[in-house]
Design a protein around this ligand. Structure first.
Ligand code: HEC
Length: 244
């Protein structure tokens, strides 16, 4: 009886070890996103995000005036980033009607406020670089995506990236899609990757706008504890001095 219990526990521990390993393995095939906290990257990311993504997606947990935290002043936000009568204190909501969106794309575009936490930066980087052209008979939008097969979203950044196609290759019985070089985009491959890196960096910031402050506070707390330790140690010694 006892040995059976031990065997069971052993098996359980193997499973417990394997599960996180599998989770890691399934994420490992995306290239690491060049996530930056540099204000110029975040500002460029914000500009691209507002221009190219907010037509369909909302980021309803973020207010425009929070963009001051990445170094944009209120005047720049009002003059360059607000389009249809929004005010700087407004949330980044979407004007697209949910039912229309479902009819056009098959699914309503999700709110992107915390998408970076839900999906991970590396996935987002692969997704925004992974669109390829297909026949409209195959997909209504004329686009598919290597990171998200049968995606409902069209490639909204195609004027920047250009058009990629995909060919299926088979190696050791495993089918993979290989993307062609993009043609006809306004940006070079390196510049497009940088632009997408900036959008992803902005989405990472948006998912936790106070990450920077939180880290700074953490450092101060550690410094405080270190100084406090020195004093309490000295005080402790002083108390015990007469007793020994
Ligand atoms: C023309 C409308 C439209 C625009 C513009 C648009 N999207 Fe989407 N997006 C969609 C739709 C529709 C979906 C849902 C796709 C699905 O579930 O098949 C989606 C889904 C997504 C997802 C979720 C993918 C997943 O794995 O679930 C992300 C992330 C995303 N979009 C990012 C962006 C970003 C970043 C931009 C701007 C560069 C953008 N989208 C612009 C329509 C749009």
């Amino acid at each position: 009886m006892k040995t059976r219990v031990i065997k069971f526990l052993k098996r359980l521990s193997i499973v417990a070890l394997a599960v996180p390993a599998l989770a890691l393995a399934s994420e490992a095939h995306f290239e690491a996103a060049p996530v930056s906290t540099d204000p110029s990257s975040l500002q460029n990311g914000a500009k691209l995000f507002i221009n190219y993504c907010l037509n369909c997606h909302g980021a309803s947990m973020v207010r425009y005036n929070q963009l001051q935290k990445i170094g944009l002043d209120e005047k720049t936000i009002a003059e360059n980033l607000l389009f249809t009568g929004e005010k700087v204190g407004d949330m980044m909501t979407v004007s697209l009607n949910r039912e229309d969106a479902e009819a056009w794309f098959g699914t309503a575009p999700p709110d992107l406020s915390v998408i970076a936490r839900a999906k991970g930066a590396d996935y987002l980087y692969a997704y925004l670089r992974g669109f390829y052209k297909v026949k409209t008979e195959a997909r209504a939008t004329g686009w598919n995506n290597v990171a998200f097969p049968s995606v409902g979203m069209p490639h909204v950044l195609w004027d920047l990236q250009g058009v990629q196609t995909a060919t299926e290759t088979e190696e050791h019985g495993v089918k993979t899609l290989k993307l062609s070089d993009a043609k006809g985009g306004a940006l070079s491959v390196a510049d497009y990757d940088k632009a997408v890196g900036d959008i992803v960096s902005f989405m990472v910031w948006m998912a936790e706008p106070n990450a920077g402050t939180r880290k700074t506070i953490g450092i101060f707390v550690l410094i405080f504890l270190a100084v406090f330790y020195v004093f309490t140690h000295k005080l402790g010694k002083n108390y015990w001095k007469d007793i020994h």
